[in-house]
Design a protein around this ligand. Structure first.
Ligand code: FES
Ligand SMILES: [Fe+2]
Length: 361
């Protein structure tokens, strides 16, 4: 296979001399296609909160990159499978639900047990050498962490390395994500490359320029970013006790390649960015709260949702403008700010590593 970039373009770059990824990584189908196998298939991705899979038979339909998947609470624990029938690729479930006893394909009715094995294939008695026992749904690797469910399609890095240091930091700050419950799920589709959205997420450098209201709540001078092997965390003291987040500290975790955990006291806003095409992505938002749901708490949640929508609209607008710049032919790759863009650098270093592995293979 000819790869859509040269080895020199994906060499590791020290932070102090780093450039951003070249523009052509953000457009064209070849890079997007390669990322499905080189990035999305091989890494952990956030799927849902464990409370969404609390009872036996609960199931959640999601996507890892472009791979449709289903996670199920079975009698043998949490399991995940490709949501793609082995007959002719039909869907086994179209939306999340409860009380699942078996999986039945929507297309021609083949049924699967909750261990992924094919149970019955409708009207297939004339098919020669057709062995039901040899057919099963490919299984995912699933892990639970701090009340969150992560899954990977194949050979991801060790999960302990993936989340190293996060539990200790959450405990120190008094965050108990496992106690939170889902309040609202929503998504935004944007006409930009998925990495463009993440580059923007991964720096607070733009906050004073793009988010005037958010900038009032955060303490930009004390906004700092730590990076670890597989995650980065942006953190800022909160200034506005009157704002939707109260006081304390905001933590913005990014877990490579596409999961985000935005944490303030008693509240988690989890995001996933999913590539829909080379120039289109979906950002999923799940809002979780510890609040008891009284009128005051509900009003606070609504303020949070409204404010989040404003911030998202500001980010969407700049991402679309940046995508136009990237696609314009005017830009190649600019220098990164080591103080403010170290998490962008971290993300792009992880990408370059995956691109290098694709070259080597
Ligand atoms: S595609 Fe599933 S039964 Fe035909
Ligand atoms: Fe932003």
């Amino acid at each position: 296979m000819t790869l859509p970039f040269a080895a020199a373009e994906v060499a590791s770059q020290p932070l102090a001399t780093a450039f951003a990824l070249p523009a052509h990584f953000y457009s064209g189908e070849a890079v997007a296609k390669l990322e499905q196998s080189a990035v999305f298939k091989r890494h952990w991705q956030l799927v849902c909160h464990v409370s969404e899979l609390a009872d036996e038979g609960d199931y959640v339909v999601a996507t890892l990159g472009i791979l449709p998947v289903i996670l199920i609470r079975t009698g043998a624990g949490l399991r995940g499978f490709h949501n793609v029938c082995r007959h002719r690729a039909g869907p086994l479930a179209e939306c999340s639900g409860k009380s699942l006893r078996q999986l039945r394909c929507r297309y021609h009715g083949w049924t699967y047990n909750l261990d992924g094995s094919l149970r019955a294939a409708t009207e297939m008695k004339d098919a020669q050498d057709f062995d039901i026992a040899g057919i099963r749904l490919p299984e995912l690797i699933v892990r639970e962490f701090e009340g969150l469910v992560f899954a990977a399609a194949e050979s991801p890095p060790p999960f302990e390395d993936y989340v190293e240091g996060i539990a200790a930091r959450l405990a120190q700050a008094g965050h108990r994500l496992a106690d939170l419950r889902l309040h609202r799920h929503l998504h935004y589709d944007l006409d930009c490359n998925w990495k463009n959205y993440l580059d923007n997420y991964l720096e607070g450098y733009h906050v004073p320029h793009v988010h005037p209201a958010l900038n009032q709540l955060l303490d930009y001078r004390n906004y700092a970013i730590d990076v670890a092997a597989w995650h980065s965390v942006q953190h800022s003291p909160l200034d506005g006790a009157a704002g939707p987040y109260g006081s304390g500290e905001a933590l913005y975790y990014f877990l490579y390649p596409n999961s985000m955990l935005n944490i303030t006291d008693g509240r988690l806003q989890a995001n996933r960015v999913l590539p829909l095409a080379n120039n289109r992505c979906r950002i999923e938002f799940d809002f979780y709260y510890a609040d008891n749901g009284d009128a005051e708490a509900l009003a606070r949640r609504q303020r949070d949702l409204d404010f989040s929508d404003t911030v998202q609209a500001e980010d969407a607008r700049i991402c679309l403008d940046v995508q136009r710049g990237l696609d314009s032919g005017s830009y190649t790759a600019g220098r990164l700010n080591p103080l403010r863009e170290n998490a962008v650098h971290h993300f792009q270093e992880r990408l370059r590593e995956d691109y290098r592995r694709a070259l080597a293979e």
